[in-house]
Design a protein around this ligand. Structure first.
Ligand SMILES: Cc1cc2nc3c(=O)[nH]c(=O)nc-3n(C[C@H](O)[C@H](O)[C@H](O)COP(=O)(O)O)c2cc1C
Length: 395
């Protein structure tokens, strides 16, 4: 998920600097390019040789390097990376950053940067609690600098309290998810739930869709900071308040709402939209009458997936449909993909797994024009996360 990221890591002079060697390894293992600045303090704790060997990159230490500064190295280092991570962040480098002092390469890059900056502090508990450190941190936080940790516990100096550098996986998760947030300013349309086709004011024709899978997909994109619009048929699931949700009842309502949305980068049509609607629904409740049974005439509804897939000017970059089939799963899903002109179909065989409706798990085959990828059974939340990853890799 984090591939293609470039991180500038500043290792400053704290005892936790040795952990940053392992952090470089974790970042590299996840295909992240890491360039490192080692401060004067940092080089007392880890060697430039270890850093260079692990990062497989040149290590930067000198502000006044004749070679690097012919290309304005202190500017270039921030411009060519996606973010700057200071780990460990000493009390000293935090104080310099807060004061705008730039008397070495690391602090000059921090001051000249136009990229998100993350500090993972590590220091003695008294240094951490010192009102000067706390004032510096508050000032930096107020000015959009990010802080990860510190944790509380036994410290290298033998004392106990706040000041341990955060666990390396926490640092990794934090920076990768935040950068992804910034990377995917995507406009996502998700449809979910059933539609109800009105017979009279109390009766309708509906279907068994719970809306759970589509809602999990909307939540997974929302969590990453994407701009999500959820067009939702009637269902009992609770939706986080901050997801932009448009509630509809009928297929025609859904179609009308979607036509109003112009900018969609990715459309995921998970709703079970009724194929038919009832002509002339009654305005009053139809009375029970054996002699005069109501006759329901049906008309085809607009096909929403087909409409989105064939938009002329503003077709989304990726249109994803769902197919719930009781037989010939792959064949039917492939036909649907080509007939509707969408890009992917997530197909599930509802004959084998009746629990899919309303249940928490799903078994999906992801069908694209040239491939069929059979996923194992996952929770609907996991399916959503897998799908988000696939979308990000392909968009
Ligand atoms: C053995 C030793 C351990 C230190 N550990 C830390 C530490 O964990 N955190 C910290 O903020 N400073 C620590 N310091 C103090 C910094 O190394 C010192 O403030 C230095 O000027 C930081 O330089 P830099 O911020 O440019 O890397 C330590 C000093 C020594 C001698």
């Amino acid at each position: 998920m984090a591939k293609n990221l470039k991180i500038l890591l500043i290792i400053s002079g704290g005892i936790a600097a040795y952990k940053s060697l392992e952090l470089i390894r974790i970042l590299k293992k996840n295909n992240i390019k890491v360039q490192v600045i080692l401060t004067k303090g940092g080089e007392k704790f880890v060697t430039a040789l270890s850093v260079a060997a692990l990062s497989e990159e040149k290590v930067y230490q000198d502000l006044f390097s004749l070679k690097d500064e012919t290309e304005m190295g202190h500017i270039r280092l921030s411009r060519e990376n996606d973010l700057i991570l200071v780990a460990p962040a000493s009390a000293n480098i935090i104080a310099h950053a807060a004061a705008g002092i730039s008397n070495d390469l690391a602090t000059t890059v921090l001051l000249a940067s136009n990229k998100p900056i993350f500090f993972a502090p590590s220091m003695n508990v008294e240094m951490w609690n010192n009102p000067i450190t706390q004032k510096n941190i508050k000032f930096l936080k107020d000015n959009n600098f990010n802080f990860i940790g510190p944790d509380s516990g036994d410290l290298a100096c033998g004392e106990t309290g706040d000041g341990r550098m955060s666990d390396l996986n926490t640092i990794y998760e934090y920076i990768t998810s935040t950068i992804i947030k910034k990377k995917i300013k995507l406009n996502i349309l998700v449809t979910a739930g059933p539609t109800y086709e009105v017979i009279d004011p109390v009766r309708y024709i509906g279907n068994k869709s719970s809306g759970k899978q589509g809602i999990e997909i909307a939540k997974a994109f929302h969590k990453l900071g994407a701009n999500v619009k959820l067009v939702l048929g009637p269902c009992r699931e609770s939706i986080p308040k901050d997801i932009n949700t448009i509630n509809i009842e009928t297929a025609k309502d859904m179609y009308k709402e979607i036509k109003k949305i112009n900018k969609i980068d990715v459309a995921i049509c998970a709703a079970a939209v009724s194929d038919w609607s009832i002509d002339n629904p009654s305005n009053v409740k139809i009375k029970k009458n054996n002699k005069n049974k109501p006759k329901l005439n049906l008309s085809l509804n607009p096909d929403i997936l087909e409409y989105i897939s064939n938009r002329k000017n503003n077709r989304p970059k990726l249109v994803i449909g769902f197919a719930a089939e009781t037989d010939n799963l792959i064949k039917n899903a492939k036909e649907k993909l080509s007939k509707k002109n969408c890009d992917w179909i997530l197909a599930n065989d509802i004959s084998k797994n009746p629990e899919i409706f309303g249940g928490n798990n799903n078994t999906i085959s992801l069908i694209t024009k040239n491939n069929v990828d059979n996923w194992s059974t996952y929770s609907k939340k996991e399916v959503a996360e897998k799908l988000v990853n696939k979308v990000i890799e392909n968009i």
